[in-house]
Write a protein that binds this ligand. Structure first.
Ligand code: SAH
Length: 378
């Protein structure tokens, strides 16, 4: 039996051909079932594609000749291609990858003593309108496919192997361009590949999805995944959050916190990481710190203060170092584990909110909400 596999195709797929990098283990099992093959083929393919990173079917020596012929007929393997890469003085590495359709995205590798964190993008641009983020100013073009998301991990690990310095991707954070929960359909299979023991085999604790709070998809995620969650909070009350994270007008804090409580209830012994960008004179007073401490009471939490990274045209400045320290110590005194994110890769524009890629904006920027809501946000 060799009927055409029934799998969602992404735009750009050759007619009738499935990009195998779009499929997690379940997807591959369905693909092989449609070809009349056994489920274990999925594991073989995962190992070739993601562990050995061999993309050529003819080199997959444990597949029969006839199965290889079927793969040529029904499948293909397509990755984003590197345009250039840069290494920062602090060892941070940034790759610009070009995508079909003429866009580009950026992926950043942040080496630390005992780990290597890859910051991965989920969309070309972003449709949310956080006022302190330069990706927001680029507008939104499209969602990345699963292949384009996992392709960033594929590509980074291959490039690190080629360096021969023994550096490895041990952690992935979905904190690059885009709102991961607005691209739920493609992001979730990519995170499954990250944690699949036959693909990248990362611990669930070491894969972190960062969201500005698309509540319906956050609730859905709670039932389907147990990767780590980071939430871009940035303000301790609705009035201020409405202003700087405008998606809050749609999903206010009470709803967001409720969905977060549900998420941790499903992932025992886990904490939510709250991201809080430090904006001088905007959200960084003692009163804000106390309000934040009250707001998060009872939720297993870790607070990550992010010094604001400026970009051309930004309307904010970063809070002074002493202010950040004081804010941090107030939260610590209230019993919260609080860290201040060290800014990395600034000299190569690789820091938070500095990733811009090449985005041709397909939505008009203002007014954002209500007209062109991303998937699942309605
Ligand atoms: N859309 C997702 C992930 C992308 S950004 C989210 O909102 O969580 C990852 C983190 O960097 C978010 O917490 C984001 O708010 C923060 N960030 C964005 N711009 C920044 C800037 N200019 N300086 C510091 N942090 C920024």
């Amino acid at each position: 039996m060799s009927s055409a596999p029934v799998v969602d195709a992404n735009p750009g797929d050759a007619p009738g051909r499935v990009n195998l990098l779009d499929l997690d283990r379940q997807g591959l099992q369905r693909f092989f079932a449609d070809l009349g093959e056994k489920p274990f083929r999925a594991v073989q393919l995962l190992k070739w594609l993601h562990q050995r990173r061999v993309l050529d079917f003819e080199s997959m020596t444990d597949l029969s000749k006839s199965l290889r012929a079927q793969l040529h007929q029904h499948a293909e393997v397509r990755l984003p291609s590197p345009v250039f890469d840069q290494e920062s003085r602090d060892g941070t590495r940034k790759w610009v990858l070009s995508l079909e359709g003429g866009n580009a995205i950026e992926t950043v590798f942040i080496p630390e003593n005992d780990r290597g964190t890859l910051c991965v993008s989920s969309q070309v641009g972003c449709a949310l309108d956080c006022t302190f983020c330069s990706t927001a100013q680029q507008g939104f073009n499209r969602n990345l496919s699963t292949a384009e998301i996992i392709g960033q991990v594929w590509f980074a690990q291959s490039a690190l192997d080629a360096e021969g310095r023994g550096r490895r991707v041990t952690n992935v954070v979905l904190m690059g361009m885009g709102e991961p929960l607005a691209n739920y359909r493609n992001v979730v299979p990519a995170t499954r590949l990250m944690v699949d023991q036959h693909a990248y085999g990362l611990s669930r604790r070491r894969v972190t999805l960062s969201t500005s709070g698309l509540v319906p998809n956050l609730r859905r995620l709670a039932g389907e995944s147990d990767i780590s969650l980071a939430v871009s909070l940035h303000a301790p009350n609705d009035a201020l959050r409405d202003e700087i994270v405008p998606v809050n007008r749609r999903y206010p804090l009470a709803e967001l916190l409720d969905a977060c409580r549900q998420y941790v209830a499903n992932t025992p012994h886990r904490r939510i990481t709250w991201e809080y960008v430090m904006l001088d004179g905007v959200n960084d007073s003692d009163a804000h710190a106390r309000e934040l401490a009250r707001l998060l009471e009872g939720i297993p939490s870790k607070i990550n203060l992010i010094p604001f990274n400026p970009f051309p045209g930004a309307a904010y400045e970063c809070s002074p170092a002493e202010r950040i320290q004081r804010f941090s110590s107030l939260l610590q005194r209230a019993g919260y584990i609080t860290t201040v994110r060290r800014t990395r890769g600034e000299d190569i524009d690789g820091a938070c909110g500095q990733l811009v890629g090449e985005v041709s904006d397909r939505i008009r920027r203002h007014p954002r909400w209500g007209r062109s809501a991303p998937e699942g946000a309605a």
